[in-house]
Design a protein around this ligand. Structure first.
Ligand code: SF4
Ligand code: SF4
Length: 363
C-alpha cells in the first residue's frame, strides 16, 4: 500500500500540568521533567516534520505553557513553515506571554473548558481559581483577535450545561466549539463510572448540537465527539492508524495515537534514535495496523472497513483484552458485551467522587 505523509504532528511538550482533571487521557505514568526533550531536539523535530510533509503542528501537553521555552519553540515552528495550534488550559499564559507567542508565530489557540462557572470548572479541574484565570486569558485572546477554538470536555456532570457552553463559546469570541465527550484512555479510565453520561443525556446532546450547528451556521462551527460507548459503530481512530497524524511524547517516543503505548507488543522508537520520516514509513509499530490487510473477522468482510478500519486498537485492548480485535464498541463486534457491562456498572453504583489526576509528575 502507498503510505501518505502525516498531515498533523501533535507535540506533547510536557506532561507537567497545574490542573488535575479526572478525565485526563495522558498515561498513568507521566514523563518526568528531566526526561523531556530539549529545546534543540524539539526544533529539529519540527524541521523534520515539515520536510516530511506535515502542515499543522499542535503544541500540547500536559500544559505546554509549563515549558519556559514555549516562545522559542513557537518561533521554531514558524521558521519550519508549520501552522501552529496551541492546546492549553490557559494557566501559565499572561498577556505578555500571549503577545510574545503571537509575535513568534502563533496561529490558533485551543482553550479547554472544564465548566461554565467557577464552582463547576474548579471542581472538575481540581484547581481552585483556575476558571477565573482562564477567563482572563480568554479575554486577552479575544482582544488580540487570535483565532480560538473552545474545547469543552463533556461528561455526566456538565453535559446538562450544554446550552450555556454554546453561549459562552460565542461570548469568548470562539470561531469553533468542540463538544468533546470524554474518551476513556489513560487516567480517565479510573473515573469512567463517574464520567460516563447517560444514554438520555447523549441523545439530548446530539439533538442540541445539531440544532445549534444549524442555527449558528457562519457564526460558530460546532464539532461533536460523541461518547464511544453508545455508538453503533466505532470511529476511525486518528483517521486510521498511521495514516494522517503522528504524536511525539515529551520524551520523544513517536506514536500513531495518544494511547498507543498501552499496547505491550509494539515497540515505539524515539526521535533521539531515528529520523521521524523513517519511523513513520518503516517502523514495525506504524505498519502493524495500517490499512485493512490485518483486520480480524467480522471486519474483514464488513462494508464499513474502509470507513473505520475496525475502530480503535487501544480501546480493543482495554475492553476486549486484545489489540487485534474488532473495537468492542461496534454493534457487530464479538466483544460488544464488555461495553454493555461497563455501561451497566457505571450507572448502577455510587460514583460520587473523582479520582483526580496527580497534579505533577514525581521529581
Ligand atoms: S490534567 Fe487536564 S489540563 Fe492537564 S493535561 Fe490532563 S486533561 Fe489536560
Ligand atoms: S465490524 Fe469492524 S469494520 Fe465493520 S463496523 Fe464494526 S468495527 Fe467497523
Amino acid at each position: 500500500m502507498t503510505v501518505p505523509p502525516p498531515i498533523a504532528l501533535l507535540a506533547e511538550l510536557t506532561h507537567r500540568c497545574p490542573l488535575a482533571c479526572p478525565y485526563c487521557s495522558n498515561p498513568l505514568q507521566l514523563v518526568r521533567k528531566d526526561h523531556e526533550l530539549s529545546t534543540s531536539v524539539w526544533l529539529d523535530v519540527f524541521q523534520q516534520a515539515a520536510q516530511l510533509g506535515v502542515l499543522q503542528l499542535h503544541l500540547s501537553g500536559g500544559e505546554p505553557a509549563a515549558r519556559p521555552d514555549l516562545v522559542e519553540l513557537m518561533q521554531g515552528a514558524r521558521d519550519a513553515g508549520l501552522y501552529t495550534n496551541l492546546i492549553t488550559s490557559g494557566i501559565g499564559l499572561t498577556p505578555r506571554r500571549i503577545g510574545q507567542l503571537e509575535d513568534a508565530g502563533l496561529d490558533h489557540i485551543q482553550l479547554s473548558l472544564q465548566g461554565t462557572n467557577a464552582d463547576l470548572a474548579d471542581w472538575v479541574g481540581g484547581y481552585k481559581g483556575g476558571f477565573d484565570r482562564k477567563m482572563q486569558v480568554a479575554a486577552e485572546i479575544k482582544a488580540r483577535g487570535i483565532p480560538l477554538t473552545v474545547n469543552a470536555v463533556m461528561h455526566r456532570h456538565n453535559l446538562d450545561d450544554l446550552d450555556r457552553t454554546i453561549e459562552m463559546a460565542q461570548e469568548l469570541g470562539a470561531r469553533r466549539l468542540e463538544v468533546a465527550c470524554v474518551q476513556f484512555h489513560g487516567w480517565a479510565t479510573k473515573n469512567r463510572g463517574m464520567l460516563l453520561p447517560t444514554r438520555e443525556q447523549t441523545a439530548e446532546t446530539k439533538r442540541k448540537v445539531a440544532e445549534a450547528a444549524q442555527r449558528l451556521q457562519g457564526i460558530l462551527a460546532i464539532d461533536f465527539v460523541p461518547p464511544d460507548y453508545y455508538a453503533e459503530y466505532p470511529k476511525a481512530c486518528m483517521g486510521g492508524w498511521g495514516s494522517a497524524g503522528v504524536n511525539v511524547t515529551p520524551e520523544g517516543k513517536v506514536l500513531p495515537c495518544h494511547a498507543a503505548e498501552t499496547i505491550p507488543h509494539l515497540q515505539f522508537e524515539t526521535v533521539k534514535d531515528r529520523p521521524l520520516g523513517d519511523i513513520w514509513y518503516k517502523s514495525a509499530a506504524f505498519n502493524a495496523y495500517r490499512g485493512t490487510e490485518w483486520l480480524p473477522n467480522p471486519c474483514k468482510s464488513c462494508d464499513r472497513k474502509e470507513i473505520d478500519f475496525g475502530g480503535c486498537r487501544c480501546q480493543a485492548l482495554a475492553l476486549a483484552g486484545d489489540a487485534n480485535a474488532t473495537d468492542p464498541v461496534c454493534s457487530r463486534a464479538p466483544g460488544r458485551a464488555a461495553v454493555d457491562a461497563v455501561l451497566a456498572a457505571a450507572h448502577a453504583g455510587d460514583n460520587n467522587e473523582f479520582t483526580y489526576r496527580i497534579a505533577a509528575p514525581p521529581k
